[in-house]
Write a protein that binds this ligand. Structure first.
Ligand code: TXA
Ligand code: MG
Length: 332
């Protein structure tokens, strides 16, 4: 694997060329986006797309998001492009929004897990955009983590899980948004949020008016979006979400465990040895640091992470969604 370091704001195109070349030749490339790092391959190369699934250990029933450099390239991958898709794309791209649109015939079924819809997005990261333009091909890319594990917000996270699979890893430092894109299905009469994420739903409403939001509690087997498996985004340590006033007692009661408390407030009465991480009070700032914090705790001997439950409200939906999946028991 070649590892390339570039500036996050003004990447050297010559330095990026080997990554673009690897994509054109059917290789696998880890690269930064504003949300999380992606595991990219040419979306038009069925063999390369199959290797993404292999590298992640991901079921072939989970569709991939296709990353493109601009709205025109996105439209070229769709069988039809509605006025709503056009309005959203013009207003909110580049950005952490994936639009699910009717799949054009150029997109192999392997990319969409057999579905007749394809997820597309233009990422708002100068390095991702430069790489997409240089490569000249649409790039299918899930988050660059093994299936069900924490998403990567640094190149080191990617290397930990996938080094053996990558041809090139592009390192441009940490991702600013820190949570995956908001996935919006625009194939129906009313746009529907399939996965809350880095783009606030309020921003989508400003552009198109009414939006349906799926409840996070879908039963597997009846998932409207096949990637919404119950356990996902999970750290190695067990994760439990509790109300703020329950955290202290739970930390005291967890004898025999190495405990960390992740909260929006600070604590004075925690038992010695309990690690305490205070995260920002705002949803976006909290979300930006969540995966990074869990990765950091996973690198220690912590066995139990107690997380303060986020407040109510739409702004927190993405964080609530990721925490509830991270806390879900793994199926035997
Ligand atoms: O921010 C992100 O979205 C990151 C970066 C790398 O762009 N990518 C990402 O991809 O999170 P992934 O594969 O980990 O999650 C994509 C999810 C799928 O699991 C699925 O829920 C939804 O997006 N999705 C993709 N294509 C779809 C489709 N055709 N129909 C319904 N849902 C789709
Ligand atoms: Mg993922």
């Amino acid at each position: 694997m070649i590892r390339i370091h570039v500036s996050p704001t003004d990447p050297d195109l010559l330095a990026l060329e080997p990554a673009a070349e690897a994509l054109r030749l059917g290789g696998l490339v880890g690269f930064p986006t504003e949300t999380v790092y992606g595991l990219g391959a040419s979306a038009l190369d069925v063999g390369a797309v199959r290797r993404i699934f292999e590298a992640k250990g991901r079921p072939a029933t989970n569709p991939l998001i296709v990353h493109v450099a601009d709205v025109d390239q996105a439209r070229s991958l769709a069988a039809s492009w509605s006025p709503v898709a056009e309005r959203l794309a013009r207003a909110l791209w580049p950005g952490p929004l994936t639009l699910v649109v009717p799949r054009g015939a150029v997109v192999p079924r392997e990319v969409t897990a057999g579905l007749d819809a394809v997820g597309v997005r233009v990422p708002a990261h100068p390095v991702a955009l430069a790489l997409l333009r240089l490569a000249g091909v649409p790039v299918a890319a899930p988050s660059a983590n093994r299936y069900t594990r924490l998403s990567p917000t640094t190149a080191d996270h990617v290397a930990l899980g996938l080094a053996g699979w990558l041809d090139v890893l592009v390192d441009a430092g940490p991702c600013a948004v820190g949570l995956e894109s908001t996935v919006l299905d625009v194939t129906g009469a009313v746009p529907r949020v399939l996965r809350p994420g880095g783009l606030p739903i309020a921003r989508i409403r400003e552009v198109v008016g009414a939006v349906d939001v799926l409840s996070g509690d879908c039963v597997e087997g009846q998932l409207p979006s096949p990637g919404l498996a119950r356990r996902h985004y999970a750290p190695r340590a067990r994760l439990v979400t509790l109300r703020a006033e329950e955290l202290e007692a739970a930390a005291v009661a967890a004898c025999g465990e190495r405990v960390a408390v992740v909260s929006r407030r600070s604590f004075s009465g925690l038992p010695a040895g309990v690690r305490c991480v205070q995260l920002p009070a705002g949803a976006a700032d909290f979300g930006a640091l969540l995966y990074e914090t869990l990765h950091r705790l996973d690198a220690t001997d912590v066995t139990l992470v107690l997380v303060e439950a986020p407040p109510e409200g739409e702004d927190w939906l993405a964080v609530v969604d990721r925490l509830s999946r991270a806390a879900a028991p793994s199926r035997a």
